[in-house]
Write a protein that binds this ligand. Structure first.
Ligand SMILES: [Zn+2]
Length: 224
């Protein structure tokens, strides 16, 4: 592939213009089209994302994406209440699971981060309310045209990483935090002309109206 920094929007085989970083892989394109940059307020998905970003460290996102269902099965659907209770026998089971990334430090961090998620929910009502409090002022951001216009980390991602560390999370620094903010829709970094760019913006505008209620909504999470 040509210079990574100069990648812009590319038209796929299906005729849709999309961010060129997802290349021609259909699974990656589907992830880009339907998930990346869509606002997420559900703590299970936010915790899952923090874990998967941690597992990705040193690997490609596509590698993690292809193993995601295996991760979900191995980590009890990333329910933080269940993972927080994982013990040494679970660590051994996970180290023997060829469907995931078998790295003791990352596995232990995922279990630790489940406990940190519960602590955060206890303190602030939800993990979502903490993460979304670091959303940058929308008026200060412009739509990037090329990958070189997309930052690797920002003042907000540094502050988020610092806050998560304070809350007991591990394996999440400013760059990982920024990658999470991008995929969870806290920022919209789809490139100018990408078919998903405006969709994500519309979703984010609708979502913004609920952000103040996130903690309250999730602490009263009952079917009635
Ligand atoms: Zn895009």
């Amino acid at each position: 592939m040509a210079d990574w920094a100069l990648i812009g929007v590319e038209v796929g085989a299906d005729g849709l213009p999309r961010c060129g970083w997802c290349g021609a892989d259909e699974e990656y394109q589907r992830y880009h089209d339907t998930e990346w940059g869509r606002p997420v307020g559900n703590d299970v998905r936010l915790y899952e994302k923090i874990c998967l970003e941690g597992f990705q460290s040193g690997l490609s996102w596509l590698t993690i994406l292809r193993k995601r269902e295996n991760f979900r099965a191995a980590f009890s659907g990333f329910d933080p209440g269940l993972v927080a209770r994982f013990g040494e026998s679970d660590v051994e089971r996970l180290l023997g699971d060829a469907g995931i990334v078998r790295h003791r430090g990352k596995i232990e961090a995922a279990i630790n981060n489940a406990q940190a998620t519960l602590t955060t929910i206890d303190k602030y009502g939800s993990l979502a309310s903490v993460i979304w409090s670091f959303e940058p002022d929308r008026s200060t951001r412009s739509t990037p045209q090329l990958l070189q216009d997309v930052p690797g980390e920002t003042p907000e991602s540094k502050a988020l990483a610092k806050e998560l560390k304070r809350l007991g999370f591990r394996f999440i620094g400013p760059t990982t935090a920024y990658a999470a903010m991008q995929s969870l829709g806290v920022v919209n970094d789809h490139l100018r002309g990408c078919a998903a760019q405006q969709d994500c913006e519309t979703d984010r505008e609708a979502f913004a109206l609920t952000v103040g209620d996130i903690g309250r909504d999730q602490s009263n999470d009952s079917p009635n």
